[in-house]
Design a binder for this molecule. Structure first.
Ligand code: HAM
Length: 426
């Protein structure tokens, strides 16, 4: 027996209905908000993430699936979508189209993390990224898209937390204050954070080590050290959210775990998720396009963990079963052949139809039809077949829920009627 790799999941038919519902709702919402879908490769040059996500982040330092391909190039399975989407934005000159560029994606991501409930090594993200719009209006649009998706899916109990983490104008002086705070407590910091002290002290704030976490508690907050432009931007984001009646908390502790963020950052969290409470994270990243070789382009986006969304929804609602419109019960092999033909005709017309594939007794077939939730059934035996051994043009249709039978239903009617409830005056 070979088992699946640690931290991966099989999505089985009993759950895939919920996945499809989520994916369909994502496509709908994104279309309503005017976002186009983008699909990028599962692996990219390692350097893209080192430069994009940042070489002092946990993701790059500890969690990437990196390998040399047969041409000795260093490749990495994408740990997130933003860096790839920025690369694609530049490589395909999307900036030459009328701006802004509004994109979304549903992708698998890979992080070598310690697996636990809600934390996987292969997981899926729904994300959006907007390029070329600096105004707070777009921050509000992006946040409202995430909120609206959850609303449409009927997810409750999710909190929106927002913060601003400054820009290249105010960050350096804040970093100095932060560095001084950690410098004074240097002997207790973990090895990785010692390395971060010089280069990027903000990364120490989201270190997963409990000791570093405790030291970070007393550190100066970035939101107390914003420049005027960041303050104004943040106020506009807040009033924009108020305007849409979207409630939020201001959480000065959000700094996000990836290096590219500037100004607005936000997270959606849910108590239903336990320790891994982050359902969605995002923010503005006005410097990343330049870091990756493009000209100055403001940008913002978020990503939502789909396994976490499935967990919440799975707890909230019963999993849906695969639909089955009709089960054709057969008596004997000749009837089975006729059933194959009838099932094929009905399936071609868009009906979901099942027949007995195991040679069960009639009684067992009936039981099975019940178990799989078939809405209607017909029985095919000698009486229903004509001289040519095909189904005569009529069948007796049984409503499995009420037990009622409608006699002599034309097969052509079965093919042409979209809702068979009408045969029973439903
Ligand atoms: P992130 O916060 O690293 O942000 O990930 C976004 C979401 O992905 C998390 O809130 C969580 O739901 C899910 N997630 C992350 N790691 C795991 C894991 N190991 N197992 C299961 N789910 C996980 C980003 O990735 C940014 N690219 C978001 C963004 C887009 N910012 C701007 N644009």
């Amino acid at each position: 027996m070979i088992n699946k790799p640690r931290g991966t999941e099989d999505i089985l038919p009993k759950d895939s209905a919920l996945w499809r519902k989520i994916e369909n709702t994502i496509h709908e919402v994104c279309e309503n908000f005017g976002y186009g879908e983008i699909r990028t490769p599962t692996f990219e040059a390692t350097e893209l993430f080192e430069r994009g996500v940042g070489d002092t982040t946990d993701v790059v330092q500890k969690e990437m699936y990196t390998f040399l391909d047969k041409g000795e190039r260093s490749m990495t399975l994408r740990p997130e979508g933003t860096a790839s989407v920025v690369r694609a934005f530049l490589e395909n000159s999307l900036y030459a189209n009328p701006q802004p560029t509004k994109l979304y994606y549903i992708i698998p991501c890979y992080r070598y993390e310690k697996p636990q409930a809600g934390r996987l090594r292969e997981f899926h993200q729904f994300g959006v990224e907007v390029f070329g719009a600096a105004r707070a209006t777009v921050d509000v649009e992006v946040i409202s898209l995430a909120v609206n998706l959850l609303e449409r899916l009927g997810v409750s109990g999710v909190e929106l937390n927002i913060n601003s983490i400054g820009c290249p104008d105010c960050r350096p002086s804040y970093n100095e204050k932060l560095r001084a705070h950690f410098e004074a407590r240097k002997d207790k910091l973990c090895e990785t954070c010692l390395g971060r002290l010089e280069k990027n002290p903000m990364r120490i704030i989201d270190c997963k080590s409990p000791v570093c976490g405790e030291i970070a508690q007393g550190a100066p907050k970035v939101s107390d050290h914003l420049c005027e432009s960041c303050e104004t931007h943040f106020s506009s984001v807040k009033s924009g959210l108020d305007n849409l009646s979207i409630t939020y908390n201001i959480d000065p502790n959000i700094v996000r775990g990836l290096d590219y963020y500037t100004k607005t950052v936000f997270e959606l969290t849910s108590n239903a998720l336990g320790a891994q409470s982050a359902l969605c994270g995002g923010g503005r990243y006005d410097g990343l396009v330049t870091t990756l070789g493009g000209s100055e382009t403001p940008a913002i986006g978020f990503a939502m963990g789909l396994e976490r969304l499935v967990r919440i929804l799975g707890q909230q609602q019963e999993a849906e079963t695969n639909g089955c419109d009709l089960f054709i019960t057969t008596i004997g092999d000749v009837a089975l052949q006729a059933a194959e033909k009838l099932a094929y005709t009905l399936r071609q017309s868009g009906k979901s139809v099942q027949i007995d594939l195991l040679g069960r007794s009639v009684k067992a077939q009936m039981k099975y039809a019940d178990k799989i939730g078939a809405k209607y059934s017909v029985v095919l035996g000698d009486d229903e077949l004509g001289e040519d051994k095909r189904v005569k043009h009529i069948v007796n249709l049984k409503n499995m829920q009420t037990g009622e039978t409608k006699e002599d239903v034309l097969i052509a009617e079965l093919v042409n009627t979209s809702d068979w409830g009408t045969f029973f005056n439903e």
